[in-house]
Design a protein around this ligand. Structure first.
Ligand code: DGJ
Length: 730
């Protein structure tokens, strides 16, 4: 009867329901993982399997016990529905919630059709679903990157109802697990305290990790997580789900354990204050959720993400990166043309590729001499930089280095000509006292005119100064005073349409200036998602550049990002530590400096020059090689990471003593990823001038097998010491 009904419905809506019967099993596979979906007798789509790849196609048919409860086959299966709508027989958190034009808030989705196609790096599966009572369509998209073992999934929601519908839930996907226990690792923090990892057991009910900050959205928690299945996630063993949402605004991850101990994982845009009025024919596209299911721990999962990002997602993922000297920590707002020209000379002296001018170069009526004024007025401050940006570009050219520039184009200070002219372009209440974060407001990017204006900032700068080789794009404020004069009665769209507006601008910049590398920054690392990183070559991990704190921050971000995307600068934070320790810590990521050379002793400068040259030489191994996290700062008083080139001919080991205990037991460091049958010359590099390696193995030849099974003695008892070791196959 039900099948007849669906067929009739299919004919009515113009889809071929015959496919529902024929294409009952949909397999989404990578080299090591299977996600199996199946249409049940009731015509709806269920997840029957998510786990290690199954060897025999014939076994897929046997998975349907999940959707035919033996106890009572007449009852619709509960749970495991791939896109569970609200108001059905599933009593837990839905993936989709729609209030239809007539006020009914239920949605039941039936399978219509599916197809697959080859896309860059993988296979895309598209599955069309439709409500049986309302003309609401949902398309589920999955791209399986076979080789990298990563799956990317998102959904599209649309309708043909006569009047708009209200979306109150719009998850990117919904995944289920049936395991003995679940342990969530989250990445929370604050300014200068990003990605602090903590793990907790999930019990019955919901745990929600979300953000409501709007634009500096990931300030308190990052858009990624890990769930250890059965046991807490571990580096080298155990099954772990690692997932991240590509969304630069409010996101939410819901983890719900139900009454029978199953876990559902729901990544989504945070629907808080965002009931979205969807017009007839409009398509609501959710952000991409990207995940991997590793049964060899988080190390394997991270390598998959790092590979996948470099191959397909990160802007210029396969390209090289520029080392740089920034001036923010050195001068703050306090600089002029002469000071900058001197710093450009220092850039050359240090041996890095580029000078990066930070905040404070713009505004005339309202000068940007502190963070209280000027944002929005992107003309160079005439009395500070009388010869403009071009003179700095020329000074850089003269020294043979590049010139990069800081901007924060999505923001406005109320003390600015822009705000005087267009107060309605800033998000703020018409009827309440305005409150400020860092003395600024967020421009309303839901408004296309504002998008044009923001794009125009970058466009004008690059047209007038074609020598600008790089942008650092900052975003220092969350959205405060959430009201858009542009959206008027449709305020539920603001948080979402604002982010889409931001993407429109970033997309235009990338399309028109594809070769300009850009750093994504948000008051430190509050923006670091894989949607924004389509438009950015790298991101700023944190304003905290104390090398001890950085050990944890870099460890945390490396779970999801390649070193190539992670900017790390040597600064004066924690000057109690040596310049070597600070530089060696930054060298495990994309190296930069933000320090005046004049404050260095001669041998410190000499050391930095050497370290820069070494880093540049080893960039292909560090940024394009395979990363192995060896010793965690969370689990020891040390940290170690090694990189191996794709052909295993070269390796670089970074080993740090953070705060060792008195006479604690020190173990040899077992390197990973080498060729066991190759012989590697061990050479300590990045030595302070006039010093020699203290490592016994320095200069010796070892087999990869030895280095991986026996290891090297690298750790010591003195606090904040480091060793960088180059391994070269002979
Ligand atoms: C916050 C960034 O994280 C810093 O590096 C610096 O660019 C400041 N903003 C400038 O205002």
């Amino acid at each position: 009867m039900k099948n007849f009904f669906i067929t009739a419905l299919g004919l009515f809506w113009g889809f071929q329901c015959a496919e529902a019967a024929e294409e009952k099993i949909i397999r989404i596979s990578t080299d090591n993982t299977d996600l199996v979906l199946q249409v049940a007798e009731n015509g709806r789509l269920y997840q029957t399997y998510l786990g290690e790849k199954l060897l025999h196609e014939s076994d897929l048919k046997k998975l349907d016990w999940q959707i035919h409860p033996a106890s009572d086959a007449s009852v619709s299966p509960r749970g495991w529905e791939v896109c569970s709508g609200s108001g059905n027989e599933d009593f837990f958190e839905p993936a989709l919630g729609v209030t239809h034009a007539d006020g009914n808030a239920s949605t039941w989705l039936y399978y219509v059709s599916s197809s697959t196609k080859a896309v860059e790096g993988g296979t895309q599966t598209d599955i069309h679903l439709r409500d049986d009572e309302y003309p609401v369509n949902v398309t589920l998209h999955y791209v399986a990157y076979e080789k990298e073992d990563v799956i990317k999934t998102w959904s599209e929601i649309s309708h043909q109802e006569k009047k708009p519908v209200q979306l109150f839930r719009y998850a990117s996907t919904m995944l289920y697990f049936n395991r003995p226990a679940y342990y969530l690792t989250e990445f929370s923090g604050d300014w200068a305290k990003e990605v602090q990892m903590s793990t907790q057991k999930l019990e019955f009910g919901k745990k929600v990790v979300d953000t409501k900050l709007g634009s500096r959205a990931a300030m308190h928690t990052q858009p990624f997580f890990m769930v250890g299945l059965e046991a807490p996630a571990a580096e080298n063993q155990g099954e772990v789900l690692m997932g991240t949402l590509g969304w630069t605004g409010n996101f939410s991850f819901t983890f719900e354990v139900d009454n029978v101990g199953n876990l559902r994982v729901i990544p989504a845009i945070n629907p808080n204050a965002s009931v979205y009025e969807l017009q007839k024919g409009e398509v609501f596209t959710t952000p991409e959720f990207i995940f991997t299911l590793s049964n060899k721990g988080t190390g394997e999962g991270s390598r998959r993400f790092q590979n996948w990002a470099r191959n397909y997602q990160l802007k210029d993922g396969k390209g090289t990166r520029l080392t740089l000297l920034n001036n923010w920590e050195n001068t703050g707002f306090d600089f002029n043309q002469n000071i900058l020209v001197d710093l450009i000379k220092e850039t050359k002296e240090l041996g890095v590729d580029m000078f990066l001018l930070d905040d404070g170069w713009f505004g005339n009526k309202y000068k940007r001499s502190s963070d209280t004024a000027g944002l929005g007025d992107w003309d160079v401050t005439a009395d500070k930089l009388p010869d403009g940006i071009n003179a700095l570009v020329e000074a850089a050219e003269k020294e043979g280095v590049k010139f990069g520039l800081w901007i924060e184009p999505e923001m406005v200070n109320p003390k600015s000509e822009l705000f005087e002219k267009h107060p309605d372009w800033a998000i703020h209440y018409p009827n309440r006292e305005t409150y400020y974060y860092r003395n600024q407001l967020v421009l309303d990017l839901s408004n296309p005119k504002v998008q044009d204006y923001v794009y125009g900032i970058v466009d004008k700068l690059l047209k007038e100064n074609p020598g600008i080789a790089y942008f650092k794009w900052d975003c220092n404020s969350p959205i405060t005073n959430i009201y858009s004069s542009y959206l008027k009665g449709a305020q539920g769209r603001l948080y979402i349409d604002h982010v889409r507006g931001v993407y429109n601008v970033m997309k235009r910049v990338k399309e028109n200036y594809p070769d300009v590398p850009m750093m994504l920054c948000s008051g430190g690392g509050a923006r670091c998602d894989y949607e924004a990183l389509k438009y950015f070559t790298e991101f700023w991990c944190s304003d905290n550049t104390d090398p001890v704190e950085r050990a944890y921050i870099q460890w945390g971000f490396s779970q999801f990002f390649p070193a190539k995307a992670m900017c790390a600068h040597v600064t004066s934070w924690n000057k109690n530590t040596s310049i070597k320790f600070r530089t060696d810590m930054a060298s495990m990521c994309k190296l930069g400096f933000d320090i005046g050379l004049k404050e260095m002793a001669a041998e410190e400068l000499e050391y930095c020059q050497l370290a820069v040259a070494n880093w540049k030489r080893l960039q292909p191994v560090i940024l394009d090689g395979v990363q192995y996290r060896l010793v965690s700062p969370y689990e020891s008083n040390h940290m170690a990471v090694n990189y191996v080139s794709q052909d295993a001919s070269k390796g670089v080991v970074f080993a740090y003593d953070i705060y060792p205990r008195f006479q604690e037991k020190l173990l040899p460091l077992k390197v990973k990823g080498l060729d066991p049958n190759k012989m590697y010359r061990v050479k300590e590099i990045n030595l302070m001038p006039g010093t020699e390696s203290t490592l016994e193995a320095d200069g010796e030849l070892f087999s990869g097998d030895y280095l991986m099974k026996v290891g090297l003695d690298v750790f010591g008892f003195r606090p904040t010491q480091s060793h960088v070791i180059e391994l070269t196959a002979e």
